[in-house]
Design a binder for this molecule. Structure first.
Ligand code: SF4
Length: 293
């Protein structure tokens, strides 16, 4: 198999077959991110992709779901995605879903009819690292798009029937701005249909711009309890039926919930942690983290 650089897949794709479609990221400007350092974006040549499919076919000929790695393989053109999706079907006859990371920017150049065609060919399950739906936070994080862009582009996915997953990152707005971020993000996400929302919490790693901004006094990090309050606010303001996973390593207290059914139980659980655990213990936990998670 051709894997180069750091191979990164979301925890919920643990049961998918993994294939390298691209390496690196087309953007490289998110201020909290230290993934793919120094790696230029590269599409795997088709021959390489086919060699990997040949290998997969030997061991998992009936694979039903395949995850294409790289920060945003959906950046490929419609024609290129189509060609690769059809190629996967040549090799893996039972494959129903080709999932991958995508950025809001990657959807812009695709028309709804093209998205529908891609969906029909099996491209489905886009993990979108939105991180927020609040304009100030998106600008601070360097995401390169606005809440209006998220709304416009994800409505196209809804129309095309492509399933997608959002990420929300607590602490990203900084000290005392978590409530605003949570309310605005929940309101935006509630106008769309993310199949689930995965929650991370900001960890400042030394090789990131946000870390340097914090060192220079230009970014004040949110406290740990403040982040749990932010998550409570986010959950309270989400008005869609969705799953919420807050169980990556970046979260001090893991939560999984089906909303709105389990809303009150989760909010109470978060409150219990805030009432019984010291801020210092949570801060020490974060200091021990070695990688984004
Ligand atoms: S968060 Fe994603 S889009 Fe942003 S720089 Fe990192 S890999 Fe690229």
């Amino acid at each position: 198999m051709h894997f180069t650089g750091r191979t990164w897949r979301p925890p919920y794709e643990a049961h998918s077959v993994i294939i390298q479609a691209t390496t690196g990221c087309t953007w490289h400007k998110c201020r909290f991110c230290n993934l793919y350092p120094g790696e230029c974006f590269r599409m795997s040549p088709l021959e390489e992709f086919e060699e990997d499919l040949t290998e997969i076919k030997q061991y998992q000929p009936y694979a039903r779901r395949i995850f294409w790695t790289g920060a945003n393989p959906f950046a490929m053109s419609y024609e290129n995605l189509k060609l690769r999706a059809l190629t996967v079907r040549d090799y893996l006859i039972k494959c129903q879903t080709m999932a991958m990371f995508a950025s809001i920017r990657d959807i812009r150049d695709k028309e709804v009819w093209q998205l529908k065609k891609l969906r029909a060919m099996g491209i489905n399950g886009l993990s979108i690292g939105t991180e927020s739906g609040d304009d100030e936070t998106l600008a601070l994080a360097g995401k390169g798009y606005t809440a209006a862009d998220i709304l416009e582009q994800c409505r196209k996915l809804d129309e095309a029937g492509i399933e997608y997953y959002f990420v929300y990152m607590t602490g990203l707005a900084g000290k005392e701005a978590g409530r605003r971020n949570a309310v605005n993000s929940a309101e935006l996400f509630s106008r769309l249909n993310p199949y689930f929302i995965s929650v991370d919490s900001l960890t400042l790693f030394p090789d990131t711009e946000l870390y340097r901004m914090a060192q220079a006094g230009r970014f004040a990090p949110a406290g740990e309890k403040e982040r749990l309050q932010e998550l409570q606010t986010f959950i309270r303001h989400l008005h869609i039926r969705t799953h919420l996973f807050d169980n990556s390593v970046s979260n001090f207290y893991p939560v999984t919930a089906y909303l709105p059914k389990e809303r009150e139980a989760v909010v109470s659980g978060l409150q219990y942690i805030m009432d019984t655990v010291d801020e210092e213990e949570m801060t020490a936990y974060r200091r021990g983290l070695k990688a984004l998670g």
